[in-house]
Design a protein around this ligand. Sequence first.
Ligand code: NAD
Length: 635
Amino acid sequence: MKVLITGGAGFIGSNFVHYWAKHHPKDKIRVLDALTYAGNYENLRPIEKKIEFIKGDITNREQLRQALKGVDAIVHFAAETHVDRSVFDPGSFWKTNVVGTRTLLEEAKKAKVDRFHQISSDEVYGELPLDSKERFSESTPYAPRPDNLYAISKAEADRVVKDFYKETGMFITISNCSNNYGPYQFPEKYVPLLVTNLIDGYKAPVHGDGRHVRDWIHTDDHARAVDLILQKGKPGETYLIGAENDRPNAYIAERVVYLSGKDAGWIKYVPDRHSNDRRYAIDATKIIEELGWKPEVSRDKFDDGLKETIGWYKKNEGWWRPLLQRRALISDGDKKVFAYMSLDREVGKTKLSFNPEETVAKDDRAKIALTEKLLTEENKRRFDLIKNKLKTRKWYLQTDSRKRKELMALAKNPRAAGFVEDLANRPDVIGDEKQLKLVKLEYAPKKYPIYGIAAWFEVETSSKEKWAQAIYSWGVGPKSGARFLVLIRQKGKISHLALLKDNQFPMGARVYGLAGGFPRMNESVFELILRKLNEDLGVDVKSESTKIGEIVNLGRVMPDAGMTSNHPLIYAITLDVSEKIFPPIRVGEAYDFEEDVVLWPVERLSELVNKVDDSYFLAALTRLTLGGISNIKLF
Ligand code: NAD
């Protein structure tokens, strides 16, 4: 048999290639891997004579055609996999994990490959309550957390696979596995991070309260499970793989520290990671009972598995040291690179570093691509209602005919009709300003896996001044109008919050809020963070004297009263500042700058809470303190 292993130069993929070469010596193995920052040909070096390696991308049909020649079965590991990175670069997650999977299936079908196994994750099921005994099983509905872009893309990929099975009847199986550990894992992931930190004299970071639970499985057990599914699995079936080894992260840190011969002083609690789901645990009864799988490096031998893994990293410094230098570029399609992601070993999180030489990409406008095909009968009826309503609106009648046509076309598109319906039904005012006419419609580019529309209106104030105001609508997604709670850190300690101040209309009372707001239509959360820190706080985050420390995703808030579908994400951002940016800041002292910024001392937070009625701000503070994410204490 000739087996094609995609993503075979990554962590689990390469362990699987080693396993297959050992247990199926007669088979021919071909590896297809794009060698992204996470892929490493060195993982395959020890068995390179036994395999054929093709450097290629699963989204590239031509490369796939070459790779699929003569193949009997595919095991599909290739994916973008690091949750931390997905926040800043969601496009590549969608492209590889969803579009790539579909492309691979289509080309496999054309090449008459009839066996396909999809490697998926337990993260597609969302998170379990912390102190429950619940476990995921094959009947658990998919419910990825809405801010875990990795999980969303894997869930969507699985849907693509299941649809393809229904469409074509190809012999397809899926497995959803829990957290893997073992050799060849990129040192940004938890176990190798702990091990390599301790080797180099860094502490072992524990994120948040350390109670996040993961169900750990050794890559050998995972490989054996996939082997069994390939031999005995039934078409269209899903199998969950987990070794009933669910442990809190603090426990993992303790074991690795202990097995590395260090004491508890080597453990350091650090702020939580974003999208850090609470608990995953797997019920593997189906694969155990139906296929006879048994995890060998199981719960009871966990210490042995960890010891062996620690030993491997100690022996293979030449393998992991170069990886620590790797930086992944943040680039989106035709955008210019302006930041890099790499590992911050002290806190075990993704770090951003800036390249001030590079500029942010130019504005990009997507064209409306509407086809009459989308008009089902129901949409047609809905469209008629919207059309008739629009024709009664004064602002619509004053809008020029090209824009009116554009809006009508939008009303025909089932994905956008709801937005136009809202526009047609709402009063002719935005706040206290009269809506005169629609002047511009702006769209999020199609390359983003969301929709986003801004309708710009010319508006008139009571004193007859005119300007433009936009009404936005974003689908739920990473670019949903994120806002930021900015924590100022000096010499390693958070001392102040940076807030926006404003005068409330019409009373003139002082109000405080978060930085951030609606992104430009072609903007990622990361770009938004940079731009807003610059614009709102007047901070040059690219300069030598100011750096973004951590960005913690605090989840989504839904403050809207119905007009739009915006569910913005809120983030806490630590900004390491020096005196060059702000005046010398003394703890306990508040600063009110001429621009719209206030620096508020964290010790006096309770005073501030009484003044603030911004729902984003209060949600951010509450989540930050409840999550135990920072040294801030509210009460
Ligand atoms: P990894 O990031 O170490 O490896 C991914 C590999 O895919 C890399 O070698 C990379 O170069 C390659 N790749 C990325 N984009 C590609 C593209 N467009 N075309 C071709 N190759 C591409 O990841 P991993 O931890 O080994 O995970 C492998 C698979 O297992 C993934 O599908 C992941 O979702 C799944 N999974 C992982 C875990 C875990 O604990 N790590 C748990 C369950 C499931």
